[in-house]
Design a protein around this ligand. Structure first.
Ligand SMILES: Nc1ncnc2c1ncn2[C@@H]1O[C@H](COP(=O)(O)OP(=O)(O)OP(=O)(O)O)[C@@H](O)[C@H]1O
Ligand SMILES: [Mg+2]
Length: 324
């Protein structure tokens, strides 16, 4: 068995709402898949089905070789889950919460205690270890919940928006922890709304919208699918933005993006330096004074925007191209 997670045609409906509309994917052992998508895309629903908290209405899925419906009980012994909404006991202390999970996984009292201390340290919670969780801040709750998912060293981990609500330092620390786990052979499915997180952690990224996969690949492949380069430039005067856009329409191969506050325009182009030269020539002809201009590859942000942002305005072609 080389895939730690498989999903085939998963369907989930809530009354009128189709949360998952035939989602298929697999996650090879020891790799990281990031589900990236806007609010309501179906990310949490996917995680809940794979962790046996919810039954699918159609399709099938396995985790660590166990069917999510028929072998739910056995499956649970192989996974760790940290949810979008922290599932900790408010009345227990941080240490007690982790020890309790250890006991549930039959680690024994001594090992549970040692493991709890180790994780509290790793998540920078040692100072709060003996305080009830009800007095924890939002970020501390996130971290204790994440620590809980790691207590039993599960081979397959599900982290639903693990760093939402964490400050930059805590986020960076968590990324390091996750990288270590994966280096140790764990398989991870994570959901996120942060491009940077997917870029940094995931081997494969699947962009989900309306319960369907609209693109998948490595961060680099997705950037290639969106294609080309981006010219990023700023003008010196707000009054020139419109003129500049008109002049650049000849160079752009897709929708331009304008940020009026910073007088900035982003222009998708097919090739590199040639397009930049062309664009600057057009702007000079139109009498636009350019403050600075540069060329860059698309970011995952561009990918996301192209795929989920402007579906009504002519990017359907690109979306269709992106589906494999
Ligand atoms: N218990 C429920 N009852 C009814 N509808 C639900 C329920 N849970 C989810 N949905 C709907 O299913 C769709 C997918 O929801 P889901 O929570 O999986 O999205 P998500 O990608 O996790 O979003 P977010 O980024 O906001 O966490 C949404 O339209 C949501 O409103
Ligand atoms: Mg969610």
């Amino acid at each position: 068995m080389s895939d730690a997670i498989t999903a085939e045609g998963l369907v989930k409906r809530y009354g009128e709402v189709t949360a998952l509309n035939g989602l298929s994917f697999s996650v090879p052992r020891g790799t990281v898949l990031a589900l990236l998508g806007p609010n309501g895309a179906g990310k949490t629903t996917t995680v809940r089905i794979l962790t046996t908290l919810l039954r699918p209405d159609g399709g099938r899925a396995t985790v660590a070789g166990c069917d999510v419906v028929a072998e739910a009980r056995r499956l649970r012994s192989y996974i760790g889950l940290s949810g979008q909404y922290a599932a900790v006991d408010e009345h227990l202390t941080g240490a007690e919460n982790l020890e309790m999970i250890g006991r549930l996984y039959h680690l024994g009292a001594r090992r549970s205690r040692a493991r709890a201390r180790e994780l509290l340290e790793r998540f920078d919670l040692t100072g709060a270890a003996d305080r009830p969780v009800r007095g924890y801040s939002g970020g501390m709750r996130r971290r204790i919940d994440l620590a809980g998912a790691l207590v039993a060293n599960p081979p397959v981990l599900f982290l639903d928006e693990p760093t939402t609500g964490l400050d930059p330092r805590a986020r960076a620390a968590l990324w390091d922890t996750i990288s270590e786990l994966v280096a140790g052979g764990s398989t991870l499915l994570l959901t996120t709304q942060y491009m940077e997180e997917a870029d940094r952690l995931a081997d494969q990224i699947m962009v989900v919208d309306h319960g369907r996969a609209i693109a998948r690949g490595t961060a680099d492949e997705l950037k290639d699918q969106v294609g080309g380069n981006r010219i990023e430039l700023s003008v010196t005067d707000a009054a020139e933005l419109e003129v500049a856009r008109d002049a650049l329409a000849w160079v752009a191969v897709g929708a331009m993006r304008t940020v009026p506050e910073s007088l900035q325009i982003t222009v998708p182009v097919t090739d590199g330096p040639e397009s930049l030269r062309h664009a600057l020539g057009r702007l000079a002809d139109a009498g636009v004074r350019v403050r600075d201009a540069g060329l860059r590859r698309p970011t995952l942000d561009d990918v996301y925007l192209t795929l989920t942002g402007h579906r009504a305005s002519g990017t359907d072609e690109q979306v269709r191209e992106a589906i494999r």
